[in-house]
Ligand binder design. Structure first.
Ligand code: GAL
Length: 437
């Protein structure tokens, strides 16, 4: 009886983010999987690292490389240790991680909470502590932890939470034992079991969806999912919307299967929804557009805001009259707070260009009766000031990213012949008569 009570207590604590000194802000970097699957080695990844430096991406904040699935041999050594693949790392993994460290890039590892990784390499179930020692020895400081090849229920006697907790506990124990910074833990269970509820107790980010694909319908459905889970992201714990598919996806088209406008919308949503910014495309011959989009400093600085951790949230859902969203037409009107001003994202989810319109006070963050200066985070220009509302025309699947700042009380409403209140349905005269516009 006592032990079952203790178990309940362990699972029922409030979801406080894991503030263990790492992962306050979002991870930025490059991941090998979407660009190369298992087909990579030291030479190929160093080309990516060099491109990250050359194109200014390291300076822009992309300072880690995740070796995703397939960087070890398929079998452990006789003493259970992970073995680096000598064909991929002829000079050893430590040599590789040291080389990228010198370029200002840290090294991140990948493993799995089951017997095998998703591509059939050794998983860490039952080897958590040993594998952590090995990754540390090889120079990794971050772990992406997947959820394939799970042992039977009678073996684990745990749910997803419990299997991830094994690794989280091993990380905490290892940090205590070695007096070192805990490994940064990124959970990859694809949003199966509401990781936005519990992920923050164990790790620093959690995937909210299956694997992203480099086309619009995939982006739209991830944005739709995020429109219901945005509230969970804050310092030390973040919804992970998966990799950025901006650029050469290795699928034949140099800017991927996305149009330029779609790629900008993709980056806008990922940055402002406070997803980790992990590049999933081959950077070796990146186009000017790819670098412009991935390097957008106005959006990166909001993603990396040191004072405000929360994500933008929708103030209208969907495009239907009842504002119900669906995975092809996610929320179009979003806003939130930042250290630099009030952020708006307006997204045209239609396949044709569309006129978009919103009242400023539809956003919780706006002060009624004030003018706002408007800065466009894609053209990087000041676009005058907004009085009451904003109208814009957006291309198919295009987005606007705006930063608004209070420019003082608006001019006298009588002179401008404006309604007395923007949201007039509850406004009243001092005598208690409702005002109607
Ligand atoms: C998937 C994961 C991908 C990638 C892949 C490796 O489960 O979502 O991002 O890590 O496994 O096999």
């Amino acid at each position: 009886m006592l032990s079952s009570l203790l178990t309940v207590a362990a699972y029922a604590g409030s979801a406080i983010a894991l503030n263990n000194g790492v992962g306050k802000l979002l991870k930025m970097g490059f991941d090998t999987f979407n660009a190369f699957v298992c087909d990579y080695d030291e030479v190929k990844v160093l080309v990516q690292a060099e491109a990250m430096v050359k194109y200014g991406l390291v300076a822009a904040g992309y300072n880690s490389i995740i070796l995703d699935d397939c960087f070890t041999l398929k079998n452990r050594s006789v003493d259970g240790k992970l073995v680096e693949d000598p064909a991929k790392w002829p000079n050893g993994l430590k040599h590789f991680t040291t080389a990228i460290n010198k370029m200002g890039i840290s090294a991140s590892a990948y493993s799995d909470a089951g017997y095998n990784t998703c591509a059939g390499y050794p998983g860490s179930y039952g080897y958590e502590a040993q594998d952590l020692e090995t990754w540390t020895e090889w120079g990794f400081d971050y772990l992406k932890y997947d959820n394939c090849f799970i042992p039977f229920d009678n073996v684990t006697q745990e749910n997803i939470y419990g299997r991830y907790e094994r690794m989280a506990n091993a990380i905490a124990a290892h940090a205590r034992k070695t007096h070192s910074q805990p490994m940064w833990l990124s959970l990859c269970e694809w949003g199966w079991q509401q990781p936005w509820i519990w992920g923050k107790r164990l790790g620093h980010s959690w995937r909210i969806n299956g694997d992203i694909k480099p086309w619009w319908s995939s982006l739209a459905s991830i944005i739709d999912q995020a429109s219901f889970q945005y509230w969970s992201s804050d310092f030390y714990g973040h919804n992970d919307m998966d990799m950025l598919e901006v650029g050469n996806t290795g699928q034949g088209n140099p800017i991927g299967n996305l149009t330029y406008e779609e790629a900008k919308s993709h980056f806008t949503a990922w940055a402002l929804l406070k997803s980790p910014l992990i590049i999933g495309t081959d950077l070796s011959n990146a186009t000017k557009e790819t670098i412009e989009i991935l390097g957008n400093q106005d959006l990166i600085k909001i993603n990396q805001d040191p004072n405000i951790g929360e994500a933008i949230s929708p103030f209208r859902w969907g495009i239907n009259p009842d504002y119900v969203s669906n995975s092809t037409h996610p929320a179009q009107y979003w806003s939130g707070n930042s250290s630099y001003g009030i952020v708006f994202m307006v997204l045209n989810t239609e396949d044709k260009s569309a006129d978009m319109f919103f009242n400023l006070t539809e956003s919780w963050a706006i002060r009624a009766g004030h003018l706002y200066s408007v800065y466009d985070m894609w053209s990087h220009t000041n676009n005058g000031s907004a009085l009451r509302n904003i109208s814009l025309t957006l291309p198919p699947h295009g987005a606007a990213a705006l930063l608004l700042n209070d420019a003082g009380p608006e001019p006298n409403a009588d002179t401008l012949n404006l309604p007395y209140c923007a949201g007039y349905w509850q406004c009243s005269f001092p005598n208690g008569t409702y005002y109607s516009n």
